[in-house]
Design a protein around this ligand. Structure first.
Ligand code: BGP
Length: 468
């Protein structure tokens, strides 16, 4: 591609605390919903942490962050997306005084990033609701969560106002539709959760997100706050008008979240969606006013696209958090996620057409099984050409979208260093440029090794995508 990405393009990678930090009970950290879901976001819940939960040790980033950030700096990272574990700051979630050791840990991590001129991009809540809030309050179903979140974000913004410029309020906020416990700390079983309770919980999160944006801007007007949505373009299976309409409806069930974040009010189509599902949002005085605190940018994850049909479904495909009808024109990853680089250009264009706001691709990547081998010089590495191809093809489409006129702030592929999978809770499914020697049976040295893609990405960054 004869094209250079903008000089100020934020190249980097993305991670989340619960999938990499480990140290689940160190320095005053409380338990989060992740500590009792050893089989991943959709698996059964245990009474307390069990040894088979890979997230309890993760990749031990808590103790190895200096070594890891140094490697990311070597690749030329301009930005590093991490999340803060809510339970390091407020171990239970509803107490008044934060845990100083937890706050200090992130100070140290941010200082380490800034040492290499890497901007931290911080997700405030990434599938890590304090377990106490899930058990006692039923998570975001309860309006009290807005107060706990407000205290949490105010603590973060005050503490890190001079270190962190970019913030995301909730990871993949629309995932609550499909994974209410992992995403929203809602302990009520999914099957028993009424649409009324679900959309009320969503309303609480949307108000909390707007409140966070307001507080951030008051504390430091230079801080930029974004929403974070799981983006999955939906294509009609055929040009049948019925398919087109169903596609629009499925799309809107997700767009509702960005619509409220960007426009500052519920879209007109929500009326019918709520009516047909027997939903009546309980608004408090001031909610509508609060929602007007709209985000500075829109961030999203992109892994795949899906289809929709009005006919009987022939074949469903697997998917990121929610599955979709299979597209016969696409190949899939080993986990059945359909690979669609052009879909990324499509989603960038449609979101930009809709909102005219800067977009940030904060997740993208290929989950794959990697094999550690020794190269001719005797160095351990992984020949991950499949990953290079996936990322290269997607970045070409980002370049196309920029040339289409879309304002793209940056690109942080998921799991830039191997970490535990959110859906399967395994380390078998890897995304990184850096291999971590840890395996699902608990074995491994936790040593880090540069994969082939490490050098490829380093070159992409230094050439500003000129060689894609
Ligand atoms: C997104 C989550 C991440 C991450 C990613 C890959 O939904 O925001 O936390 O894990 O998907 O998914 P998985 O780990 O299931 O392969």
């Amino acid at each position: 591609m004869k094209f250079y990405f903008p000089e100020d393009f934020l190249w980097g990678g993305a991670t989340a605390a619960n999938q990499m930090e480990g140290a689940y009970n160190e320095d005053g950290k409380g338990l989060s919903v992740q500590d009792v879901t050893p089989k991943g976001g959709f698996g059964p819940i245990t009474d307390e942490p069990t040894d088979d939960n890979m997230k309890l040790i993760g990749i031990d980033f808590y103790h190895r962050y200096k070594e890891d950030i140094k490697l990311l700096a070597e690749m030329g990272f301009k930005v590093f997306r991490i999340s803060i574990a809510w339970t390091r700051i407020f171990p239970l979630g509803d107490e008044l005084v934060p845990n100083e050791k937890g706050l200090q840990f992130y100070d140290d991590v941010f200082d380490e990033c800034l040492k290499y001129n890497i901007e931290p991009l911080v997700t405030i809540s990434h599938y890590e609701t304090p377990l106490h809030l899930a058990k006692v309050y039923d998570g975001w179903k309860n309006r009290k969560m807005i107060d706990f979140y407000e205290r949490y974000v105010t603590t973060l913004f005050n503490r890190y106002k001079d270190k962190v410029k970019y913030w995301l309020t909730f990871n993949e906020i629309n995932s609550i539709l499909h994974a209410p416990f992992m995403s929203g700390g809602i302990a009520t079983a999914k099957e028993k959760l009424t649409k009324q309770d679900l959309y009320q919980a969503i309303h609480h999160e949307l108000v909390a997100s707007a409140l966070a944006t307001k507080i951030a801007h008051e504390i430091n007007p230079n801080m930029k706050v974004g929403c974070m949505v799981l983006a999955m373009p939906v294509y009609p299976m055929t040009p049948k008008p019925e398919d087109m309409m169903k596609t629009l409806e499925l799309d809107r069930s997700n767009l509702l979240f960005s619509d409220v974040h960007v426009r500052g009010y519920y879209p007109s189509y929500a009326k019918r969606l709520f009516k047909e599902n027997g939903v009546e949002i309980q608004m408090h005085d001031g909610d509508e006013e609060l929602l007007k605190n709209t985000v500075d940018f829109i961030s999203f994850s992109y892994y795949m696209s899906i289809c929709e049909t009005s006919d009987e479904i022939k074949e469903m495909g697997a998917g990121n958090i929610f599955p979709g009808v299979k597209n016969p024109y696409l190949k899939a990853s080993e986990w059945g996620w359909q690979i669609d680089p052009i879909g990324l250009r499509y989603v960038l264009n449609t979101l930009y057409d809709r909102y005219q706001k800067p977009l940030f691709i904060v997740e993208n990547g290929l989950g794959a099984v990697d094999e550690l081998i020794e190269d001719e010089q005797g160095n351990k590495t992984v020949n991950d050409d499949y990953r290079i191809k996936y990322l290269n093809d997607h970045l070409v489409q980002v370049g196309e979208a920029i040339q289409d006129g879309v304002e793209v702030m940056g690109y942080t592929p998921w799991g830039c260093i191997d970490l535990v999978s959110a859906s399967t809770a395994e380390l078998k499914k890897r995304y990184g440029f850096i291999y971590v020697d840890r395996h699902d049976d608990g074995s491994g040295t936790l040593e880090r090794y540069r994969k082939k893609s490490f050098n490829w990405y380093k070159e992409v960054i230094s050439s500003r995508g000129g060689n894609l």
